[in-house]
Ligand binder design. Structure first.
Ligand code: NAD
Length: 474
């Protein structure tokens, strides 16, 4: 069957199919997941080449490690756990409703819309599809227009491996995205900026479409006094420079104990150059995705410098910047002396720029984080479990990796999502499955169950006796 060219036609096709087949058996869900795994297995090389074409420079190793292998882990986890996730869950019944059985029965929602960003265009397009298929839904995907090669490959392969009633891909720019967000989906799963997320949530609200918003934000690193600065800096350099900082959970800024800024900078510089002995022309070091984002990052730095920040570009001794500009391979930048008035500290950076801030007491660092919008990730580095637990208790973020960066996002069993400005709802594993299912509540009173009779009028002596008991025992 050929793919409908009109967005609304594709939606209608999926919607009708979802209402014809409300119950989607386990074998059907499994088979869709297996087909998705086959698509990845057979076409990973073309997909990886498409991602590289979208970036300019973007190593196939990064696509393999940060996108394809995470997708494979999510698929295996879903295939393994699906029988448990789809089972009805018994809920114990309180005495005043006895005898009865109660359970929760997960059901497919119907048609799920997925809107994806460009930074990990395979993972962020297909991870929600894994959850949606596991939950028995049909899926329409709108990949990002900033990754057009990947979007075209996804559209082509979806058409080869799936019928349009199961999975369809809509490509195009902001006009298509706006129309897409206006469709009356049963659930809309959006990954992107907080700014666009607000618009998408408003469009979805018109149809009372529930949303999951996977947004960004400024994810802090807190370095505890006495922690091994070299280990912390190595981990922060990796988390910050993977994909040239274009990672939603990348460290955005670092808070170090006052007086250790220079030691941290030395350790970060050394770690960055160990990972990437050169930036320009290094096939391991990704480009900034396009001229728009390159100019945005330069403008953030210019604004910070104008307002008094010190900007240090990390360059190997023999650097030649010409190729870097050509490929938009932007060398990492440390920024000191930042203030709240700088755009650098107001917007998510999403590039290889790391402000280094300092704090006097741990309370100051915690207060700094809590005075700002709630971040998608927080990273704490140190050895004292008491300090770690204090930071965990007293800050709110989507997720945390302790003494490391990014890794909590790679665990298929941990819910992945934001809180407040960094989004709502979670993806991955069982959390993703539940997000895309309806948990139907069922109570089945046994024959002769007196509960319903007791509660009916006329409200005479029997009702008074029962409600007296309820008042005493509940
Ligand atoms: P974006 O918000 O510009 O775009 C995301 C999607 O929204 C794209 O598919 C785009 O086509 C669509 N879109 C753009 N304008 C729209 C509009 N006016 N109405 C409706 N849809 C519109 O985000 P981006 O630049 O692609 O991605 C970067 C952002 O995504 C960063 O903020 C990053 O932190 C965030 N992000 C979050 C996660 C996460 O899992 N929480 C993962 C990756 C990226």
């Amino acid at each position: 069957m050929s793919m409908p060219t009109d967005l609304r036609d594709l939606f209608d096709l999926q919607f009708q199919a979802s209402r014809r087949q409300i119950d989607v058996p386990l074998v059907v869900r499994r088979e869709r997941l297996v087909r998705l795994r086959k698509l990845l297995g057979e076409h990973a090389p073309e997909l990886s080449v498409a991602v590289e074409a979208d970036f300019g420079v973007r190593s196939a190793a990064v696509t393999e490690m940060a996108e394809l292998s995470v997708l494979r882990a999510l698929l295996s986890d879903a295939l393994r756990q699906l029988p448990r996730w789809t089972r009805r869950r018994r809920i114990s019944t309180p005495w005043y409703l006895h005898p009865a059985q109660a359970w929760v029965q997960p059901q497919p929602l119907g048609v799920v819309g997925v809107m994806a960003p460009w930074n990990y265009p395979l993972l962020l397009s297909l991870a929600p599809v894994v959850a949606a298929f596991a939950a028995g839904n049909r899926v329409m995907l709108k990949p990002s227009e900033r990754a057009p090669h990947t979007a075209a490959q996804l559209a082509r392969l979806a058409g080869r491996f799936f019928s349009p009633e199961e999975f369809g891909v809509a490509t195009g720019g902001v006009a298509v995205a706006t129309a897409f967000a206006g469709l009356p989906f049963d659930h809309l799963f959006f990954t992107g900026s907080s700014q666009t997320g607000r618009r998408v949530a408003q469009a979805a609200a018109v149809h009372l479409t529930p949303t999951t918003l996977e947004l960004g934000g400024k994810s802090p690193c807190i370095i505890d006094a006495g922690c091994d600065l070299h280990k912390a800096a190595a981990s922060i350099a990796h988390g910050k420079l993977l994909n040239a900082g274009q990672t939603c959970v990348a460290p955005d800024y670092v808070l170090v104990p006052r007086g250790s800024e220079a030691a941290f900078a030395d350790a970060f510089r050394a770690a960055a150059l160990r990972l990437y002995p050169r930036f320009a022309g290094n096939p391991d070091y990704a480009s900034v995705v396009d001229a728009h984002h390159h100019a945005r990052l330069q403008a953030l730095l210019q604004n910070a410098a104008q307002l008094g920040a010190q900007v240090e570009v990390i360059e190997p001794a023999d650097a030649d910047g010409s190729n870097a500009r050509l490929q938009r391979q932007m060398a990492p930048v440390l920024v000191y002396g930042v203030t709240d008035g700088m755009r650098l500290m107001q917007e998510e950076i999403f590039g290889p720029v790391l402000p280094v801030l300092s704090y006097e007491r741990l309370d100051d660092a915690i207060d700094y984080v809590n005075a700002r919008p709630r971040p998608l990730a927080l990273y704490w580095f140190g050895d004292a479990a008491g300090m770690r637990d204090e930071v965990l208790r007293r800050t709110v973020s989507g997720g945390v990796t302790v003494n490391g960066t990014l890794l909590h996002a790679a665990h298929p069993g941990l819910p992945f999502g934001g809180v407040g400005d960094s989004g709502w709802g979670a993806a991955h594993g069982e959390a993703g499955f539940r997000r895309m299912s309806h948990d139907k509540a069922v109570l089945a009173p046994a024959r002769g169950n007196p509960a319903a009779q007791w509660l009916r009028p006329p409200y005479g002596a029997r009702f008074q006796r029962i409600s007296g008991l309820l008042r005493r025992w509940l």
